[in-house]
Design a protein around this ligand. Sequence first.
Ligand code: FES
Length: 157
Amino acid sequence: MTAHKQGSPSAHDGKTGITRRELLVNVLVGLTFLGPLATVVYSAVRYLIPPAQGIKGAAEHLQVALVSDLTAGQSKDFLYNDAPYALLRVGEEFRAFSKICTHLGCVVQWKADDQTFRCPCHAAVFDANGAVISGPAPRPLPRLKVEVSAGKVYVSG
Ligand code: FES
């Protein structure tokens, strides 16, 4: 003789031998672990397949420094389309690079002592051409065009 009515929360489903209440608890426990598992899987995928990066927005022509602001080997940070960039002086030449690491997007820092950009997150190292020297970064740092005119340094996308 069955103690439960058909349709009640604790009734057996008739096939597996578990009650509906047990089934509901199992589903809720499963869903509890699904969120953290999805987060771990997403993080792993983003680590292994970094997002594509490039220079966003219109090609704005922007004065970022005077030639006299920098001596050889120095850098100056600036924003371009709200993103962080660094202007380098290499000899008499000026170069401008995105400071967003091409691995997972941390902000790199210019180290004048060894003339490299270094990422604090996973130790990627880029040279004064923006090329990857070591670390997990898959691509060079994106670069802006630089023009010098009348003692002023301009960048554009
Ligand atoms: Fe991972 Fe820069 S974000 S090395």
